[in-house]
Write a protein that binds this ligand. Structure first.
Ligand code: SF4
Length: 323
């Protein structure tokens, strides 16, 4: 059946996601950046301050920018300049996808506080170096904790509660016994604890499923169980980013959502402007596909996405009112 053309609604989000770095110094075994997929699909690079500055200056309606995705934000040497400029423009910055926080200068850590970074989620899968380093290869738990303590000291010095800090704990078989200890440590470090289900059942699956179910808000021990219980995929909310919180790559290419690391839409935010690039024909078509109003098309990244394929298999479409 030929793909039908879709007009699709246009969007003008006040929140975007903008990748600051696709480089990462860790080698987490099941991460697409470690496997080279990210660099093959969307390139390797750092966001340039000049592009960041122009994007903010040209789009005064922007309220919030998420900076983290497939790489480590602290590897970008121009990060402090971006924090300062966003602060001066009144734009909130976040790293909700996560940072590993293994390498950060005192200048970077103080800049987070000085320029009132809004929220940062630290990837800490475990409560000791022994468990942490089983997945976060090349990482050092104690070093990350020492950086968090430094941020807390800078917060005291500058008299602010920002950045709010989160502790992301991906639950594996090798670290599930440390959840209670992580909760205690997070409390002591003034961090919120966020438990997350492992995305790859073949790597260290949970052992005590009943105990993990008790710990997880959703009451499940795996993504498979989540689907069985709720009838939707664990990460399906990501597709809503195409409307509300779209992903822009470090070079301005439009990726649409934080999952897409294999292909870009036709627009480029630095070349075509943010609003124009977020509303070009290809991304409007993709939104129509997700809503079940258009057939898959070869030039649309969603067509080859597992989430989209599963939705079609289950004869489901994205429900926008579920956001
Ligand atoms: S289908 Fe996949 S690529 Fe498309 S928006 Fe959803 S998660 Fe992203």
């Amino acid at each position: 059946m030929p793909a039908k053309l879709a007009n699709g609604e246009t969007v003008k989000p006040t929140k975007i996601r903008l990748e600051v770095s696709t480089y990462c110094q860790l080698r987490c075994p099941t991460c697409p950046t470690t496997m080279g997929d990210t660099h093959r699909g969307i390139g390797a690079g750092f966001l340039k301050f000049e592009n960041f500055r122009k994007l903010l200056d040209d789009n005064p309606d922007l309220e919030e920018i998420e900076l983290s995705n497939y790489g480590e934000i602290f590897l970008n040497p121009e990060l402090p300049l971006m924090l300062k400029h966003a602060f001066e423009k009144g734009v909130r910055l976040t790293a909700r996808n996560g940072v590993n926080l293994n390498n950060a200068t005192d200048e970077m850590l103080e800049a987070l506080v000085r320029y009132r970074f809004e929220f940062m989620l630290c990837s800490l899968d475990g409560a000791s170096n022994e468990t942490y380093s089983k997945y976060r290869i090349r990482g050092n738990f104690d070093k990350v904790i020492s950086h968090i303590r430094k941020i807390n000291a800078f917060k005291k010095k500058h008299g602010t509660d920002l950045p709010n800090l989160g502790w992301q704990f991906v639950v594996f078989g090798h670290n599930e016994h440390e959840i209670a200890k992580a909760r205690e440590m997070a409390d002591e470090l003034n961090m919120s604890l966020h438990l997350k289900l492992n995305w790859d059942d073949s790597f260290s699956p949970v052992k005590d499923e009943a105990a993990v179910r008790r710990e997880m808000n959703a009451g499940v021990a795996s993504r498979k169980e989540y689907k069985e219980k709720f009838g939707r995929q664990y990460t399906e909310h990501i597709c809503h980013q195409m409307w509300d919180w779209p992903q822009v790559n470090w070079n301005g290419d439009i990726l649409g959502c934080c999952r897409n690391n294999w292909g870009s839409f036709a627009g480029n935010a630095f070349r075509d402007g943010l609003e124009g690039s977020l509303n070009d024909e290809t991304i409007r078509y993709a939104r129509e596909m997700l809503l079940g109003r258009a057939e898959p098309r070869d030039d649309i990244p969603c067509t080859t996405c597992r989430l989209y394929k599963n939705m079609r298999k289950a004869e489901q479409v994205l429900e926008r009112d579920e956001t």
